[in-house]
Design a protein around this ligand. Structure first.
Ligand SMILES: C[S@@+](CC[C@H](N)C(=O)[O-])C[C@H]1O[C@@H](n2cnc3c(N)ncnc32)[C@H](O)[C@@H]1O
Length: 214
């Protein structure tokens, strides 16, 4: 086990201190590569931060929902992207006709389970969860996934030298299998690449692009 456990308040403090080095100004390449072109899947972003991936998906006409603990992240998402919004049924919801994005402030593990999603995009989410909570995380994701849906996961493996710096925690294909196969899900490696874009912060990282289905 590597890294120091994070508490919810620690995450919020990162937003207060603007230590959000994970946030990207480009759309995630795994999402672009594997997003279904023949459907408009209702899409869920666990631990969503203010990722622009949500706008990319919503602009395709898909319903987007996200879970985020930090209210600051949610406020910044709508403000920085000039998306009109209102509070509705516990979600901060876009009001424009062309975008349907609703973000819920709170602990992901408490996210309501009434609605299920055809696609769950996991970048910066499972890798941010404390390793001791991975099984609980996989269980929760399973409850939010439609029986014919899939999870697309971008998992970071870190080099030896940077292993202790988590989060993001080192998350191998084996770790993902351990969490999801135990609860009867199928885990399939779609692709692997080396990512040098965060060399200073994380060292050389390997990204495993993983699909998880029932
Ligand atoms: C590493 S960031 C990744 C954000 C986003 N997925 C991205 O790729 O930009 C993890 C985010 O999860 C949030 N977070 C951490 N634990 C959470 C929890 N249990 N429930 C809801 N949000 C959480 C943090 O505030 C942070 O914004």
């Amino acid at each position: 086990m590597s890294g120091v456990d994070m508490k919810l308040d620690d995450w919020n403090q990162r937003w207060v201190d603007k230590r959000t080095g994970w946030h990207k100004s480009e759309v995630n390449p795994t999402l672009e590569k594997y997003f279904p072109t023949d459907a408009k899947p209702d899409t869920f972003f666990p631990l969503c931060g203010k990722t622009l991936d949500m706008i990319w998906v919503a602009e395709k006409g898909c319903k987007v929902r996200g879970a985020e603990f930090s209210q600051l992240a949610i406020d910044q998402f709508f403000e920085e992207n000039s998306i009109e919004n209102k509070e509705e049924n516990g979600f901060r919801q876009s009001t424009s006709k062309s975008l349907d994005i609703g973000l819920k402030q709170g602990d992901f593990f408490e996210f309501p389970e009434g609605e299920k999603f055809a696609l769950i995009f996991d970048r910066g989410s499972m890798v941010a969860v404390n390793p001791s909570d991975r099984e609980k995380y996989a269980e929760k994701i399973k409850k939010l996934l439609r029986s014919d849906g899939k999870v697309l996961l971008s998992a970071i493996s870190r080099d030896e030298e940077h292993l202790k710096n988590g989060p993001p925690f080192h998350l191998t294909l084996e770790d993902v299998k351990n969490a999801y196969e135990k609860i009867g899900m199928k885990v399939n490696l779609l692709g692997t690449y080396e990512d040098r874009s965060s060399l200073e912060r994380l060292g050389l990282i390997t990204i495993n692009e993983i699909e998880i289905t029932f």
